[in-house]
Ligand binder design. Structure first.
Ligand SMILES: Cc1ncc(COP(=O)(O)O)c(C=O)c1O
Length: 391
């Protein structure tokens, strides 16, 4: 019999280390878990109601591959408000931010192509190109007293003419690092000169805490509409809609018909009633976004303040996203450390090594949680760290 195995590129994919820890801990129901990147609140009622009404009205059919015209127009208006004017012909609706990324890479990379990624990063961003048999070269952020920073010259040097795509997630999961407008311009200039595509994963752009800005700096703020930039986005985080599975792409209009073809061969379209919820969210959800950002900012300050008081922890205030990514003295196997935390303290954190080799020695804590849960989590971590010193 021939072995029932997947092709080589698929067999070589790494499985999620976050899942490895979570699966080990989920059997024990009393784990205080901060391992997934998911807000702890249910989707606002007006958004759920829009989905419910669409279902009740019988919206159970396929839509256009690129999404409902109304949603595409609403997204185009939203992008135009936040960044620069963008037409509906630049928008593709996708069945999640994850699907947006998969489709973007399917559109842009061939087997053997070189992709440069700023890391540590959410593992999906480097595994998706590998599914397509592309090669991913990481450029690591640096951690210091002021937090995570980019070595811009190193990144620019890595953007060789043989590079096909630069993937950049800012604000970044897991570090919160956010690219500055000056860095963005330098990166854009280099990519533009060399014909390198930029895939900008912008799912955390509204969860940005510097200068009380409404949005993080974006390539969409200044790049010409036909430049080689594909921005992927999602309703999951800022509108508390992880379970809806709805996202979008902003791309040069010339690429959009190709995206439509790829959407046909991936999901064909997003469910119509989910898209109706998206219209409600984007048209009526600014208050939700502002409240979410304010709540997460308070949670970030509370958690990072408490972690900074632990002598074994090195932590900096992340300017964006919803995670603290901190170093623990003496930890060189973050997977083993997180497993120990689940077993002994029933505290669920994500190991830094899940985000690539540059994340080793760190752990990630999603702070989209209530004060009580955060405080209890810190108490459990502190107890565990004390017990390690005595042992
Ligand atoms: C950096 C990043 N990009 C994209 C996503 C995708 O989100 P979704 O597939 O829920 O839209 C996530 C989710 O955790 C993420 O952290």
């Amino acid at each position: 019999m021939h072995p029932a195995t997947a092709r080589r590129a698929v067999a070589a994919l790494v499985t999620s280390k976050i899942r490895e820890i979570a699966n080990a801990g989920l059997d024990a129901g009393d784990v205080l878990a901060f391992w997934f990147g998911e807000p702890d609140e249910v989707t606002p009622q007006f958004i759920r109601q829009a989905a419910g009404e669409a279902l009740a009205a019988g919206e159970t059919f396929y839509t256009h591959n690129l999404g409902l015209g109304e949603l595409r127009a609403a997204i185009a208006a939203y992008v135009s408000r936040l960044h620069q004017p963008a037409g509906t012909d630049r928008i593709a609706v996708t069945a999640s931010g994850m699907s947006a990324l998969a489709i973007a890479f399917q559109a842009l990379v061939d087997p053997g192509d070189r992709v440069v990624a700023v890391t540590p990063v959410w593992p999906n961003l480097v595994e998706i190109p590998k599914i397509l048999s592309a090669r991913v070269d990481p450029i690591a952020l640096r951690f210091g007293a002021g937090g995570w920073t980019l070595d811009l010259d190193r990144l620019l040097d890595a953007l060789t003419p043989a590079t096909r795509v630069l993937v950049i997630n800012s604000p970044n999961n897991p570090t919160g690092w956010t690219v500055t407008p000056d860095e963005q311009r330098a990166i854009f200039e280099r990519c533009h000169q060399r014909g390198i595509w930029i895939v900008a994963d912008d799912v955390y752009e509204r969860l940005y805490y510097r200068d009380h800005a409404a949005c993080a700096p974006s390539f969409l703020d200044f790049a010409p509409p036909e430049a080689r930039i594909v921005s992927t986005n999602s309703f999951s985080k800022a509108w508390l809609m992880t379970g809806f599975r709805l996202g979008w792409i902003v791309a040069p209009s010339a690429l959009v018909p190709e995206l439509a073809t790829l959407i046909e061969y991936n999901t064909s379209c997003s469910p119509a009633f989910v898209q109706r919820a998206g219209v409600a969210a984007i048209e009526g959800g600014e208050a939700t976004v502002a409240a979410t950002r304010a709540r997460f900012r308070r949670a970030r300050d509370r958690l990072v303040g408490a972690l900074a008081a632990l002598p074994e922890v090195d932590v900096a205030l992340p300017p964006g996203a919803m995670y603290a990514f901190f170093r623990i003295h003496g930890v060189d196997d973050s997977l083993a450390f997180c497993r120990e935390l689940v077993v002994r303290e029933r505290l669920g954190l994500a190991p830094g090594s899940a985000f690539g080799p540059d994340g080793e020695g760190f752990v990630r804590w999603c702070f989209a949680a209530s004060d009580e849960r955060l405080d209890e989590g810190v108490a459990r971590l502190a107890r565990h760290l004390r017990s390690r010193t005595v042992r």
